[in-house]
Design a protein around this ligand. Sequence first.
Ligand code: ZN
Length: 83
Amino acid sequence: MKCDNCESLATQTTDMYSFCNKCWCRNFGTITIGGVKRPFLDVLQDSLENMGLSREEGETIDQWGKRCREATSLNPKILGGLA
Ligand SMILES: [Zn+2]
């Protein structure tokens, strides 16, 4: 069964909808921080911006992913001093 929003395989299916993981998260994914409930993807975007890891203009997904992996594996602050 396909997702109601895109061509991906639906993984979250009810009588009301069929969504893939990504579309389900976009529609229903939330996180509560300090008592404030916000869409998960908004919190993720803000976190990446705060870490200087927003996707840069012209940067491919692979380049962006590599930059994010390098930032988290080489920065002891981000890993809480475990690196
Ligand atoms: Zn989808």
